[in-house]
Design a protein around this ligand. Structure first.
Ligand code: FAD
Length: 523
């Protein structure tokens, strides 16, 4: 295993994965004193955090800047699936499908098994739901997905094989399913993240442990192939950093950082309902979109007692909003589609929240955004900036490896070979700070979110819910501030926990979160 490089700072944070306001201040001062690094990474989504980890683990002096917060952009608006690439197989893109299946296996077996679980996805066999022949097509697709899993070396014990189940078992997995005429269901398994933003935070913390400087609320401007002006948006102070290479990992904002990049963002939306509205499902319900053979709407069980129903794929031209919003039409489409498979139809009154994200798709000209390749690209612009864009959450590691390889090759940086496929993230079994899971009295939800870091979380505060009916504890809020780089209540509510996906829940929890934040910042 490669020894960590301890980056810009010595002292209490050297070799530590802790991110917080005090470390941020020390790192900013250290950078101002020595504004020269091997690699500057712009953007703290899954791609940028992955690049920072890859580079730091190869021994490069690495700085990551994020203008708002970790996972502020698209990375928190996903369906939270770790895909095996079945969708790409259906359109003949075998290379993308295989890459997805391999990366899914890496996440589930080595780098982040604590954050990813196997999710059964079932297609109910209901009269009128599938077009003639569609059942056979779906079954064939599922079997092809199984073959991909096998070829990627992911064991069947982790992701069980495709099977058909009877009506009774279908009802047990998704109690809200329509029962009239139900003949059972086809079931396949894929990976599901407990939360996408948590993956980003785990990546950034692991990068910091390997010596990367991770700075949130720092915007990059005037970016060239070997420098950028960095502005601390909290104080307005700026400094210019010289870098051996600059990687632009700003997703849908990539064209703002490097005007030679042309993207065609596509909006994907989800609505959130209480899990109770579907009878607390233990599996995802997959419902074909009428008139399409390859599009589906999914009802995905989530943490915090919610179900996310998604998703759409709509052209989203024009200026990039900070937080995209679903249209009324998208919400109607999602409810109408899923209702075809439910015994009690969901109405607008069931919708507790809704969110939308923009896919950073590469502009390939005409056609529907659904047809644009999800492959990633590493591009060197005339100004020398290396941009990594496209792809998806599941393949972040491979995107990061390709981007760092390109930067190393183009600029002759002194880096070792990539080894992130063997590098467990904070909280994963095998990570050097991971401890056995604490016994009785610790909520399962806390273990699912923190894995081998749970003991540390428990030590950070009380195991009392921050607010009635939500299983996030006061200890987790404190830990978000002391270890996970949350700088204000919005970071806690919207990125470290996902309480904020339901506005009403965020309003109920805000005061307590602010109180804990103040206590932690005083300590
Ligand atoms: C609705 C939807 C569902 C999806 N579902 C899945 C799924 O289930 N599984 C899957 O594998 N993939 C999924 N994806 C794809 C995946 O979410 C994205 O490909 C991925 O999150 C993109 O991450 P990113 O880091 O490239 O961009 P982002 O997460 O957008 O990160 C870019 C960051 O750059 C920062 N930034 C911008 N400008 C600057 C600047 N000048 N200085 C500093 N920082 C800056 C932004 O604040 C932002 O945080 C989905 C996408 C969408 C839209």
């Amino acid at each position: 295993m490669t020894a960590p490089n301890y980056g810009l700072i010595a002292g209490p944070f050297a070799g530590s994965s802790q991110l917080n306001a005090a470390r941020r201040q020390l790192e900013l001062e250290a950078l101002a004193g020595r504004p020269h690094v091997d690699l500057l990474v712009i953007g703290g989504g899954v791609t940028g955090a992955g690049v920072a980890l890859d580079a730091a683990a190869r021994g490069l002096r690495t700085v990551l800047v994020e203008s708002r917060d970790l996972a502020f952009g698209t990375s928190r608006w996903s369906s939270k699936l770790v895909h095996g690439g079945l969708r790409y197989l259906a359109s003949g893109r075998i290379g993308v499908a295989r890459e997805s299946a391999i990366e899914r296996g890496v996440l589930m077996t080595r780098t982040a098994p604590h954050l990813v679980r196997a999710l059964p996805q079932l297609v109910p066999l209901l009269p009128g739901l599938l077009r003639p022949g569609q059942g056979a097509l779906i079954r064939a697709g599922f079997h092809a997905g199984d073959a991909l899993r096998l070829s990627a070396g992911t064991p069947g014990a982790l992701l069980p094989r495709v099977r058909r189940i009877d009506a009774e078992r279908t009802r047990r997995l998704v109690p809200g399913v329509r029962t009239a005429g139900l003949r059972g269901a086809l079931v396949a398994h894929d990976g599901q993240l407990v939360d996408d933003a948590r993956l980003v935070v785990a990546l950034a913390r692991t990068a910091a442990q390997y010596g990367a400087t991770v700075l949130t609320r720092v915007r990059a401007e005037d970016v060239t192939g070997d420098s950028a002006r960095l502005t601390d948006v909290l104080t307005g102070e700026s400094l210019t950093v010289a870098a051996g290479a600059v990687v632009n990992a700003t997703g849908v904002w990539a064209g703002e950082v490097d005007p030679s990049i042309r993207l065609r963002p596509s909006r994907g939306s989800h609505v959130l309902v209480d899990a109770a509205a579907l009878g607390h499902p233990a599996a995802a319900l997959t419902v074909p979109v009428p008139g399409s053979t390859s599009r589906f709407v999914f009802a995905l069980p989530q943490q915090l007692g919610r179900v996310a129903i998604g998703l759409t794929d709509e052209d989203a031209p024009g200026p990039i909003p900070d937080e995209p919003v679903p249209t009324d039409g998208e919400i109607t489409f999602l409810l109408d589609t899923v209702n075809a498979a439910l015994s009690t139809a969901l109405t607008r009154a069931d919708v507790r929240g809704a969110y939308a994200g923009l896919r950073p798709l590469i502009d390939t000209g005409g056609g529907s955004t659904a047809d644009i390749s999800r492959e990633h690209a590493v591009l060197e612009s005339p100004s020398g900036v290396v941009t990594v864009v496209g792809g998806k959450l599941t393949t972040y590691r491979r995107m990061a490896e390709d981007a760092v390889d390109a930067a190393v090759r183009l600029r002759g940086l002194p880096a070792r070979a990539c080894w992130t496929a063997r590098l467990p993230l904070v909280g994963a079994p095998g990570h050097r700070d991971s401890r056995p899971l604490p016994a009785d009295g610790v909520p399962g939800s806390l273990l699912a979110r923190h894995g081998g870091a749970a003991q540390e979380v428990v030590a950070a505060g009380e195991l009392v819910p921050v607010v009635e009916g939500i299983d996030v504890t006061r200890a987790e809020v404190a830990y978000a501030v002391t270890h996970e780089g949350a700088l204000d209540a919005a970071d806690v509510l919207h990125r470290r926990t996902r309480i904020g996906l339901v506005e009403e829940d965020a309003d109920r929890a805000r005061e307590t979160v602010e109180e804990i934040l103040t206590e932690c910042q005083k300590a």
